[in-house]
Design a protein around this ligand. Structure first.
Ligand code: ATP
Length: 498
């Protein structure tokens, strides 16, 4: 992760938000290359999810909606995380991410240890238990630790569990519910009546506009409404770089189906679709897995949720959640607004509230996943037999921020530069292209490898001296070179980029 974070900063993918003021925890800026990469991820999703399908339409709804939306959806009452405070350090922890264990020696509890959730939480707790045993100089057999999280702590245990910040017990509070919605005030008044929220998900926009789309969009069941946009959550512990932040971007789609439709089959089809889509933008199968939420942990209205998980360097974590939500959301809004959210069934001549399957994914989590999967440091041998290190980002051509770099072999040879500029201008009309004439050609290739550019095109002496007007095409992953004409280059890009 450290190498990746450093690369993101060095090459202008991601900066800390408000860095000159010391940064702002949980917020990030995307630099020139990051903005391109992010846009490509969004565009690929929009093309595949909306434009290339006949059953899905896209919308864009406002970030601040009527506060009643969030009452009806259940967010005002229930969009909470359990929070634990450390009264001494003023640190705050998510109770379900703060683990503890009694330290048991020869059957007696001699103290408690705690650790924040990590790659190896049980191992961290075991090590802390051994350290405590040594510190207290107690002889005897230390039992293997039995980790629990703070939501499972008994009231009498809380005072005995050390705070991760101070290492001492006595300062942690009992878990309490913390609502993650950011509040704001709309209008000149700042009393209770003006309270509004920044949306914590884009999904409610699709439910609230359901009738508008049905009445205007010429849609027939089954059909979907999709949206891409910013969401905001006041996460207690933003962490793992852009994985969990307080302002992020979601790509969500609500797929409405008949109340009698086979929802389980439709759910499975969407999981398969999402997995295939992730592979189409270059995520390897080996890093993907599924997590089915156990029945007892589902919300009462939920029929099933499956998360597509990704193996990040900091552990296997949720990337994309695909939930079967029944008719809960439309039903809630119908009840709260007094406006029926129904569809007329021609076959049975009855009205009903459609059910919904919801694939919901974060753009930033995909961004991080493609960087993690694509990042490599490797030894390569140059033409003179010297071994050197290269950093390479193996990004799919579909999402790479720069598709092709145009490199005149020498910058002081007018003919080379003229031909290179001509090609660059032509390519630029359709693709994100980079022109680079500084430094030796090997260095220029390395600079492009590091930002994930799939191809470099070098305009060399063969281009101007030999018949055929060909260039050297150098491929990022294999580092192989071959000659290519302009028409062939455009064909290659057309096949691989869209
Ligand atoms: P988590 O359990 O990781 O907090 P969640 O189950 O609350 O996530 P959802 O409400 O299902 O997440 O949101 C859908 C998707 O939005 C997630 O799968 C994830 O990709 C993205 N997402 C959610 N919270 C964040 C966040 N704080 N930062 C970045 N992306 C997020």
């Amino acid at each position: 992760m450290d190498a990746l974070v450093a690369l993101c900063k060095r090459r202008g993918f991601i900066f800390q938000s408000s860095e000159i003021y010391g940064g702002f925890n949980g917020f990030f800026d995307y630099g020139p290359l990051g903005a391109e990469l992010k846009k490509n991820i969004r565009d690929c999703w929009w093309d595949d999810m909306v434009r290339r399908r006949e059953d899905i339409v896209g919308i864009e709804t406002s970030i601040i909606m009527h506060p009643k939306v969030w009452e009806a959806s259940g967010h005002v009452a229930g969009f909470t995380d359990p929070l634990v405070d450390c009264k001494v350090s003023k640190q705050r922890y998510r109770a379900d991410q703060l683990f503890f264990a009694p330290v048991v020696i020869d059957g007696n509890t001699v103290g408690y240890v705690s650790a924040l959730e990590g790659d190896n939480t049980a191992g961290d707790l075991q090590a802390a238990a051994e350290a405590l045993k040594r510190k207290k100089a107690i002889q005897g057999q230390l039992a293997p630790v039995q980790p629990r999280d703070m939501t499972e702590a008994k009231p009498e245990e809380i005072a005995l569990i050390p705070s991760p910040a101070t290492g001492e017990p006595g300062s942690l509070t009992e878990p309490r519910s913390f609502n993650m919605m950011f509040q704001t005030n709309v209008g000149a008044m700042t009393d209770g009546s003006s309270v509004a929220y920044l949306r914590p998900e884009t999904a409610q926009g699709m439910f609230v506009d359901f009738k508008n789309v049905v009445d205007t969009g010429r849609v027939k069941l089954p059909f979907g409404i999709a949206q891409i946009g910013k969401s905001f959550r006041n996460e207690i512990t933003p962490r793992n770089f852009i994985f969990r932040s307080r302002e992020f971007e979601q790509m969500e789609m609500e797929y409405f189906i008949h109340e009698d439709a086979d929802w389980a089959k439709c759910h499975e089809e969407w999981i398969v679709w999402c997995e295939a889509w992730l592979k189409s933008i270059g995520l390897p199968d080996s890093h993907l897995s599924r997590h089915t939420h156990p029945k007892e942990k589902l919300a009462f209205y939920s029929r099933g949720t499956v998360d597509i998980m990704f193996r990040y360097p900091f552990g296997v974590q949720e990337l994309w959640g695909i939930a079967a939500r029944g008719s809960y959301d439309l039903g809630q809004h119908a009840a709260a607004s007094g406006k029926p959210q129904e569809i007329f069934d021609e076959a049975t001549k009855k009205k009903f509230v459609p059910h919904v399957i919801e694939p919901a994914v974060g753009v930033d989590r995909i961004f991080l996943a493609v960087l993690c999967a694509g990042y490599a440091e490797e030894d390569v041998t140059d033409e003179k037999g010297n071994v050197e290190k290269r950093t390479v980002l193996r990004l799919s051509p579909r999402i790479a921020p720069v598709k092709v770099a145009v490199l005149p072999l020498l910058k002081n040879k007018e003919q080379l530069v003229g031909r290179a500029k001509e090609l660059y201008t032509k390519l630029k009309r359709r693709y994100a292209v980079f022109y680079d004439d500084s430094g030796n050609i090997g260095k220029r290739y390395r600079r492009q490898d590091e930002i994930g550019t799939p191809w470099c095109v070098t305009i060399d002496f063969d281009t101007i001296e030999q018949p055929g007007d060909t260039f050297t095409l150098r491929e990022r992953d294999s580092m192989q070179q071959r000659r290519i004409t302009e028409a062939e280059l455009f064909r290659l890009l057309d096949e691989q980029v869209f």
